[in-house]
Design a protein around this ligand. Sequence first.
Ligand code: GAL
Length: 693
Amino acid sequence: MASILNRAMLHGGDYNPDQWLSSPDILARDIELMKQAHVNCVSLAIFAWSALEPEEGVYTFDWLQNVIDRLYENGIYTVLATPSGARPAWMAQKYPEVLRVDETLHRNHYGDRHNHCYTSPIYREKVWEMDSRLSKAFGNHPGVILWHISNEYSGACYCPLCQEEFRRFLKKKYKTLDALNAAYWTGFWSHTYTDWSQIEAPVPRGEMLLHGLSVDWHRFVTQRTVDFFNWEKAAVRAGGSELPVTTNLMSFYYDLDYTKFADSLDLVSWDSYPSWRTDPRGDVAVAIHTAMAHDYMRSLKRQPFLLMENTPNQVNWKQINRLKAPGQNLLAAMQAVAHGSNSVQYFQWRQSRGGNEKFHGAVVDHYGEPDTRVFREVAEVGKTLEQLAPLCKTCPQPQVALILDRENEWAIDEACSPRKPMRYEETLESHYQAFWRLGIGVDVVSADADLTPYRLVIAPMLYMYREGVAEKLRAFVEAGGTLVGTYWSGLVDENDLCYLGPTPAGGMHEVFGVRYQEIDPLRDTDENAMTWNDKTYALHDLCELVEPLADRWVEEGEDGPTACFAANEKTAEILACYEKDFYAGYPALTVHNFGKGKAYYLASRAEDAFYVDFYTKLAGELSLSRALDADLPEGVTATLREGEGCKVVCVQNFNTEPVSISLRTPVRPFGEPDGEAVTTLSLPGYGFAFVTP
Ligand code: GAL
């Protein structure tokens, strides 16, 4: 029979029976309660190293065997973790090198978790031994479906072993010191390296101003982490298990470029902890941010993913840990599914009695019985997911790509750029929210992604053009694609070295029909404006002064010399101009026909309303399909999953108030082929509906 991964939605969460081994009654009760909560899958052993190897070389797997067996007998599958995210005290005491060195170059003491060196040969050896033994013991158990490798890989180690690896990484990349010096422009302030051993990781009391070095360090940290992941994966394979592997990612986690994990992962999974009812911008903004996170995670492999963790009601690690209101847990679960998740898993199943997370929300709290609001709502999620099993083989398949490029973001932030903050991710979200409001799917991809599946590509603030990027964007437009680029684009190469000549580089100025001249950063209290399609929009943050590639000359008039332009086919058409400051009249929004396609250039950051109007028009012109043929009320979105002849739209209302949506094309309730087609959808506050177009 096909794995449950391919035939059902998973529902369950992190289960830590190792904390309850002295209470067999509780372990037995867990299974009864799981069945009541419609749980079909739990993640085991994530932080269980002490229970699995209490002394060096003494492996105690019996308890785990019992738990996996009993779960399986009761129809509950296991996602089995490797416990490398936290290690036993005996190991750190005997082998201090397993502990991490921080950026002050001091070695951490034992404590916390995720406190390990990714290079330490001893840590790698211990992890190999543990993972391969777990694989041998359980990797072919019929109840085990997936490997959960480690937990939320994060952070970096600055120990001498890691620094040596960093130098090795640089040698491999640059081959000669001359090449490295040239790439980093080290002649500036006499920072020229004359021996590889002089190179150190960027740290606060050391070299923080060689931007190329800093970006390379970020790349190295990603490479080390992926390498460690691959080491763990190889250990699992060496133990004889061919089950798929995942690791739980953290969506927009800044310090890793998750796109580099994509090839190693069989399945993407991630942990989602939105600030519902807390974020001062309100829950609709939280919904948009979370939707974009789901899309970013799904786009890593352009396949369904797993929601590996979320909380049934509250976390305990933010400043204010508000509860999800009634209905919000179910809606957040359905939002994940709408964007391509094939699971809804919680942290955690049973609330711990002690330790750091004793007041973190859990399905079963300290009271221990199912007659709680949280338990009832979780059970409802489980029941709902059972009806959604046919969605497993479907996935959103957007025609729009938004480029979120992590290396680009690091480079923008490391450089002494025109203003701080540059607001890269917020800017992307400003573009994204327009599509959310329109109910048009978006993939969130890196600048290295294949653009052929898309009709519209949006590349805001793509400051770094790595090799091949300009060529690809150009080819995309030439072949008929529509590209939206913005200010602060195409200025540097992959080492943060500025391109000489016209920019956006790589001939992209010809694609946009404009070229960069200067950029004026605004204070938070400053605003400029532009008028487009009879509406005036505020502009913020950065105003770029671009020069259209027009024929130019100066005429002497009565009031002195005036610059004159004459359009030619190389120049962009000006759609809107700045209205204030000395650059009033300069282009703020342009479009240029290039090849069979079109390239828009937005020279400043506009208020959100602009993106909604702009992309509504573009969506119409490009006939981009909307999930629902309707104008969606504020706070409502619709998401389409499709595949294997099945099309399902999930309509979600993030308002506390009910909404009614008039449809231009009728839909039927999902799963009821003979159900009545309707032209109005009414959703309660926090309501949702699955419908078939
Ligand atoms: C996650 C982590 C879990 C748990 C959870 C609490 O980041 O993977 O182990 O700590 O947060 O919200």
